[in-house]
Write a protein that binds this ligand. Structure first.
Ligand SMILES: C[S@@+](CC[C@H](N)C(=O)[O-])C[C@H]1O[C@@H](n2cnc3c(N)ncnc32)[C@H](O)[C@@H]1O
Length: 371
């Protein structure tokens, strides 16, 4: 079976690399959208459980060219849906069209549905499908006239790890936070400090990496409800991940953070508890101007206020200045800042050693690493 590990712009390569680390076969990083790999249900489950930067894992049912709705209809109808879907399965369709002849997602959705129903009528000998059973979310995406029909094996996006139930002012998506930690070059035995940690996403993702905790360890995935899936094998993979975490959680970590806002710290504490990390990460209410971390140098990671609106751009600039001063107070420390503020380096007081571009939702941001 062929699978897509979908990932946001800038994170495709990282997702591909992680798939290779997991031992997946025939990994191909796509220009946009993520990486493809080959494997059985157990492989897809392992990927869902362990990939830190991936949004969803999808089972590819077919890929074909279509420039007319008739071609789309025939292509979707030719898929052996009966191999995956039971007669009572629900099959809602999501559609996306980019740079193609067929550019109406709602029409693609309708034709796709009609084609699936037609196929199922023939194979199940029924006229009507109640769709009262397990949900199979079908994804039809058309790019440059190539149609990819896939079924979502994840359910909720993989960024939903299950620990964040309260949102602060501008929380980072968990997958993006993990990408920032992985890109920072931080080694889990080094100290890591977030001086404006908000609800704690970067700290939690760093701790998961350091302790060898699978990001999806405590959540469910859509594929677990599919009747064709060997559920005992999947449960064994989850048990194995749990054992790995039991071992990993004995490691000592030096991860800490602070924020000027007491409410944000309160939320961060709740998230830590939800993530099973209570007591493992030091948190305090503090202005970053007062942060002084004693001991061996490590890595500061920060997602400071963006200043994407005119009214708060001055505040964002002031914070960039304070981050520059923070690094100067800590010789030997690296500082990595993720922000949409294009004047960041000027305010910080020096040029970044490395830069990478990502989107946080629709906001274009830069991740700047100051060695
Ligand atoms: C974009 S949010 C960080 C969100 C965080 N990454 C999360 O996932 O929740 C920016 C944070 O910077 C904090 N902040 C602003 N000025 C600060 C200062 N001078 N010292 C410390 N924290 C500050 C804000 O309280 C806010 O929580």
């Amino acid at each position: 079976m062929r699978w897509i590990a979908s990932a946001a712009f800038g994170m495709e390569g990282m997702t591909g690399r992680d798939l290779k680390h997991l031992g997946m076969r025939d990994v191909k990083v796509m220009d946009v959208g993520g990486a493809m790999f080959e494997g059985d249900f157990a492989d897809a489950f392992r990927a869902s459980l362990w990939l830190r930067t991936c949004d969803r894992v999808l089972l590819v049912m077919s890929q074909f060219e279509a420039r007319t709705y008739e071609e789309l209809f025939q292509g979707v109808k030719a898929i052996e849906w009966e191999k995956l879907l039971p007669a009572d399965g629900a099959f809602p369709i999501r559609a996306k069209c980019v740079k193609s002849q067929l550019m109406s997602p709602s029409d693609v959705q309708k034709i796709g549905k009609r084609a699936m129903v037609e196929r199922m009528k023939q194979t199940y000998g029924l006229d009507w499908f109640p769709e009262t059973g397990v949900t199979f979310q079908v994804d039809i995406s058309i790019r440059n006239d190539v149609v990819t029909v896939a079924v979502d094996a994840s359910g909720e996006p993989l960024s939903k790890r299950g620990y964040r139930t309260w949102n602060g002012e501008a929380p980072l998506r968990e997958t993006l936070a993990a990408a920032l930690i992985l890109q920072s070059g931080w080694h889990p035995w080094q100290p890591l400090y977030d001086p404006c940690c908000g609800t704690g996403t970067l700290l939690i993702e760093a701790a998961f990496i350091a302790l060898g905790r699978a990001p999806g360890l405590t959540r469910k995935f859509a594929m677990e409800a599919w009747p064709v899936v060997p559920i005992d094998d999947l449960n064994a993979i989850r048990r194995e991940a749990r054992l790995k975490y039991e071992e990993g959680s004995k490691r000592a970590i030096r991860i800490a953070g602070s924020d000027i806002d007491p409410e944000a710290i309160e939320l961060a504490r709740r998230h830590l508890k939800q993530a099973g990390l209570a007591g493992r990460i030091e948190l305090s209410v503090m202005d970053m101007r007062d942060v002084n971390v004693p001991g061996e140098p490590g890595v500061f990671v920060a997602n400071p206020p963006y200043g994407e609106r005119l009214d708060n751009i001055r505040a964002a600039h002031a914070v960039a200045k304070q981050l520059g001063a923070l690094q100067r107070r800590h010789p030997g420390w690296k500082l990595c800042a993720f922000s949409a503020d294009m004047g960041f380096e000027r305010e910080y007081g020096r040029r970044a050693t490395r830069r990478r571009r990502y989107y946080n939702g629709r906001i274009e941001c830069e991740y700047r690493i100051f060695e």
